[in-house]
Write a protein that binds this ligand. Structure first.
Ligand code: AZC
Length: 781
């Protein structure tokens, strides 16, 4: 449904425009950065009218406000070129300038506005909403430094600030929207007088849908001082102090997830959450008022989605506005709020369901604490307050019209565990929306070879209707071979890149086995590395035993304060050092840990993967989205029955999925057995031997017990049941070897994974939200 009013330049006009920009804005320089900027400026000139026309078409239609602390959007130029059909034109102009398009695209910084799965999901949703015609604004924060940049020194993680904004960001427009957001102060008779005000300044990133069909907005709030510079103080000689208010306001949006180990850190985090919530609500209410609509009709015009618990304070803020500014009664305000608010839960891990001390909340937001107490009084069974803390997950649930989980299993577990009580009171409230990913970025953008093979087999159309991948079946031999050829080429390319950038030589014929995600005990990178150690030991015992060569690739960041996760990174680095230099195993086994995992690195790795590691302790991974990206790029999953793995296996077929491990139920009963780890280790000498290597200095002779902490954890409490799942994981890995040794059989299984993963498009997920949660129909062409 491409908008006919939208004009995309011809290849020749695009070329002329880029050259013109290069000359007018960059003095004709032909370096990568200048060319990138010139191209971005031209693309922005195409995108902005598409965006404006979509906003006009969507005017008056019900829309979504998607509130999220994270948006991991990655680079935008490549995506935009692809969507507008200008990739070939861009390639040609780059060549003409003596550069390659890939190199030019690579100098765009990754917008570091997210941390993990929920942030990337939000970015996929923006793309899908813009493509399926769902009017939406994604509201987030414009973190100056985003999440930290990860380095590796001496095999250990280092953290430095990201500087994605330091040279300007061509995709944003400073918006006319700005609001004063109050903090602290006092409340007298229900009237809040904040003692600090920080200005929320909107910056808009237009989000065009596929081929300019429609568009949405990512609106990021920057924190600015109401008065940024004190001239009197400056003239009085306090030259630095004169900018103090500005520095203090800007501190609010410096980094994502500031360490909340101190009270100052906690205050800053809650301040960020409130800043996002209050500015976004002020913005959408301003639109509602400007349209002259009565407040009672708000639910007919907007649906608010709280992406996880972080923006839960939006509930009390909406109540405050409705009661204090609009003069509604409490009950009417609650009914209205519940008509617009919805909440997605992304994790059952108790530590991630935020709770704030009442003291802290009452100090920063005194009126909100009063309202929260009223809410708790009105809903005594909701568990909003507990142990002098405000439980934000319960608060979000209590105020939401719909609450959703992100995979079938996660949604059921939500009903049985964290929200069991609330679910009994409101059995209709929880719904499931299994995650999805955008095929534009995660197939066409990152794997053009595969996209070409699919189009050659079934024609176009699958990119906006991914279930059509099913038309690849019954598999024609030519198709399987074409896909296998693409995989091989992607692996050759990755091998060359690994050699050039990491100094590791790998054999493209080996199985590329990839685990990329945040480093966390529940995701069990330590299970993977222990299996790697055991494999290495057995290979050394019998190097001629016909092993299938492996390249084990890891990437992921550890939270700065998460010591155990950092130890896992360190261990992987040391194992890599030892194994990669071992002449006995040689090309049979290589181990790589790649620094600074981000969207762009994922785009490089996923198309070249044979095996996708999705090995979390069952019941812990809410969904996963990487698991979907791998499957649709023709990797086989080795995985537990956790999160969306369950649904992936159902769809791709059990015979094309390497299942291992305990189920969520078995995990609970196993954990109750005293000495579960010790018994598992006793029964599995391979694991005992691998653990021994962590204690005897195999990997660090000078400091033999450096990794004893990991070994002690796995042999002791082992909350995540690494020991108990090890034997079955080893079995499944050897099964993977056997399957891989049969190249034709493997290629067929890989092709079936592609053909059967169409359901995991985020277009399907968004249509589900529109129908079941938001009550929004698409804007027609
Ligand atoms: C993640 C979940 O861990 C992951 O399983 C899921 O796929 C993703 O959200 C999207 O739903 N959670 C987070 O990123 N962060 C938190 C705080 O849960």
């Amino acid at each position: 449904m491409r908008d006919e009013a939208v004009t995309v330049p011809s290849d020749a006009a695009f070329r002329a425009a880029v050259l013109e920009r290069l000359s007018s804005d960059h003095g004709g320089r032909r370096d990568l950065c200048s060319v990138r900027r010139a191209m971005a400026a031209v693309l922005r000139g195409v995108v902005v009218p598409i965006w404006q026309s979509a906003l006009e078409r969507g005017a008056g239609h019900k829309r979504v406000a998607y509130l999220s602390m994270e948006f991991l959007i990655g680079r935008l130029a490549g995506d935009t070129l692809l969507s507008l059909g200008l990739r070939d034109a861009a390639k040609a102009v780059c060549l003409e300038l003596g550069l390659t398009l890939d190199d030019v695209l690579e100098v765009e910084p990754d917008a570091a506005l997210g941390n993990g799965g929920l942030g990337r999901l939000a970015a996929c949703f923006l793309d899908s909403m813009a493509t399926v015609g769902c009017p939406a604004v994604g509201y987030g924060l414009r973190y100056e430094h985003g999440l930290f940049r990860q380095g590796i020194e001496d095999d250990k993680q280092t953290e430095t600030p990201e500087d994605w904004l330091s040279r300007g960001y061509p995709w944003e427009l400073r918006s006319a929207r700005s609001y004063g957001i109050g903090f602290f102060g006092t409340v007298t008779d229900g009237v809040w007088k904040p003692s600090e005000t920080i200005w929320a300044q909107g910056y808009d990133v237009p989000v065009p849908g596929w081929q300019g069909s429609f568009a949405g907005t990512l609106r990021l709030w920057a924190a600015e001082a109401v008065q940024s510079f004190d001239l009197g103080r400056f003239n009085g000689g306090d030259h630095v102090g004169a900018s103090e208010t500005e520095a203090s306001a800007r501190a609010l949006c410096r980094v994502l997830y500031p360490d909340d180990g101190t009270e100052a850190g906690q205050t800053l985090r809650l301040k960020q959450e409130y800043f996002l919530s209050a500015a976004s609500l002020a913005d959408l209410l301003a639109d509602h008022r400007a349209a002259g609509l009565p407040m009672e009709t708000l639910p007919d015009h907007v649906a608010i989605q709280l992406n996880d618990t972080h923006p839960a304070i939006a509930g009390p803020e909406l109540m405050r506005v409705l009661i204090d500014e609009e003069g509604l009664e409490f009950d009417a305000a609650l009914k209205l709020a519940r008509g617009v608010l919805n909440y997605t839960n992304h994790t059952l891990l108790p530590e991630a369901l935020e709770s704030w001390p009442e003291m802290l909340l009452g100090w920063l937001l005194p009126r909100h604490l009063e309202i929260i107490r009223m809410l708790a009084g009105a809903m005594p069974g909701a568990g909003i307050l507990g142990g002098s803390e405000v439980r934000m997950g319960n608060l979000a649930f209590a105020m939401a019209g719909r609450v959703n989980g992100v995979s079938a299993l996660h949604t059921e577990l939500m009903k049985e565990t964290v929200f069991a009580g609330l679910h009994r009171q409101h059995p209709e409230r929880i719904v499931n929306q299994t995650n999805g990913v955008t095929p534009r970025r995660w197939i066409a953008g990152c794997n053009p070879g595969l996209a070409g093979a699919v189009t050659a087999a079934i024609g176009e159309g699958w990119l906006t209707d991914l279930e059509r991948l099913g038309e690849l079946e019954p598999l024609q031999p030519g198709v399987v071979e074409a896909m296998a050829e693409v995989k091989r080429a992607n692996k050759v390319q990755l091998a060359a890149w690994l050699g050039a950038t990491q100094g590791v030589q790998v054999d493209p014929g080996a199985m590329f086995d990839v685990q990329i995600k945040r480093i966390h005990e529940y995701k069990r990178q330590h299970l993977n590395i222990l299996e790697t150690i055991a494999l290495w030991q057995e290979m050394r015992d019998a190097p001629q035993a016909g092993w299938v060569p492996r390249v084990k690739i890891f990437a992921g960041k550890a939270a700065p304060g998460y010591h155990f996760a950092k130890e896992i990174i360190h261990l992987i680095g040391k194992v890599a050092r030892m194994v990669n230099a071992d002449p006995v195993t040689g090309d049979l086994l290589k181990v790589v840990f790649l620094p600074n995992y981000n969207v762009s690195l994922a785009e490089r790795l996923i198309p070249a993967a044979d095996l996708s590691e999705q090995i979390s302790t069952a019941g812990k991974e809410a969904s996963g989205t990487g698991n979907m990206k791998f499957a649709m790029n023709g990797a086989l999953t080795i995985g537990t029955l956790d999160g969306a793995n369950v649904e992936i296996r159902e769809r791709v077929g059990a015979e094309n999925f390497l299942l291992f491990g305990m189920t969520a139920e078995e995990v609970s009963s196993r954990r109750a057995i005293p000495d579960h780890a010790a018994t598992a280790i006793e029964a599995e000498p391979r694991l005992a031997r691998a653990l021994e290597a962590l204690r005897d200095g195999t990997f660090i002779p000078d400091w033999p017990d450096l990794f004893a902490g990991i070994a002690d954890n796995v042999s002791g409490p082992d909350h995540f049941l690494v020991a108990s799942d090890f034997a079955d994981y080893w079995r499944a890995q050897r099964e993977a070897d056997r399957w891989f040794a049969d190249a034709d059989g493997w290629a067929e299984k890989a092709a079936l994974n592609v053909a059967r993963s169409g359901w995991f498009s985020s277009d399907r997920t968004i249509r589900g939200y529109m129908a079941d949660i938001w009550g929004i129909s698409p804007v027609s062409a």
